[in-house]
Design a protein around this ligand. Structure first.
Ligand code: HEC
Length: 198
């Protein structure tokens, strides 16, 4: 009798383990946009939304070449923000900056021509978004060229952008101000060396 009881308990135990594995397998398959932690899928979301049609709706304010790593970066900003920057040289709340990174071909003269869009990085500033003492009021998101969220991790972005806290965490602030005042696209090579041009 006692042996029978143990057998039932063992069977129940093994079935429970099998069930947990089955469930985690299914949730993994269902998670199109998630990443996995161990066996379990976690869907990622971001308060920084992908600005649909930004190439038409925003101003393309800067092209930054990184000749050493053959990468071209294209920066866009929303027009409401541009108007404020033009008069005050201050980046206002509700600013959205999009940066596309392209791999590029290099001519014999060293000029870069973008070939393939690889990533879309977005930074957005909003009053009250003091999520980190090293990030001002900015939050970040990394999207794929098709507009799906790749990462909402703030730490990696903050790690670099905090180096330009005196520019309100915007590396290309001088170009942004110049573009806001002249409404001309600014061309430049990176000021920040190849180690940050990934
Ligand atoms: C290794 C350092 C580094 C990291 C990490 C980094 N950035 Fe940047 N980012 C830069 C530099 C440098 C520029 C300016 C481009 C240039 O001059 O090469 C820049 C520019 C930008 C811009 C254009 C506005 C500006 O500040 O000039 C956006 C938007 C941006 N990054 C988003 C992000 C996001 C989102 C992340 C995290 C997923 C991130 N960055 C991580 C170095 C970094």
């Amino acid at each position: 009798m006692k042996q029978h009881k143990w057998f039932v308990l063992l069977t129940l135990f093994i079935s429970a383990i099998a069930l947990v594995h089955l469930i985690s397998l299914f949730s993994y398959r269902l998670s199109g946009n998630g990443y996995t932690q161990g066996n379990f899928a976690v869907a990622i979301t971001s308060p920084v939304q992908f600005p649909v049609n930004y190439q038409q709706k925003f101003m393309h304010y800067a092209t930054v070449d990184c000749p050493n790593s053959r990468i071209v970066r294209q920066m866009y900003v929303n027009h409401d923000s541009l108007d404020v920057v033009a008069t005050s040289e201050v980046v206002p709340s509700n600013t959205v900056i999009v940066m596309e990174t392209y791999s590029a071909n290099q001519s014999d003269q060293g000029n870069l021509t973008p070939t393939q869009l690889n990533n879309i990085f977005i930074r957005e500033k909003r009053n009250g978004w003091n999520i980190d003492p090293h990030s001002g009021e900015w939050q970040s998101a990394w999207y794929s060229p098709s507009g799906s969220l790749v990462s909402d991790n703030q730490g990696s972005c903050i790690g670099c952008h905090t180096r330009v806290r005196e520019r309100d965490y915007v590396f290309t602030l001088p170009a942004l101000i110049a573009a806001a005042k002249t409404r001309q696209l600014q061309y430049q090579q990176t000021e920040f060396g190849s180690s940050v041009c990934q």
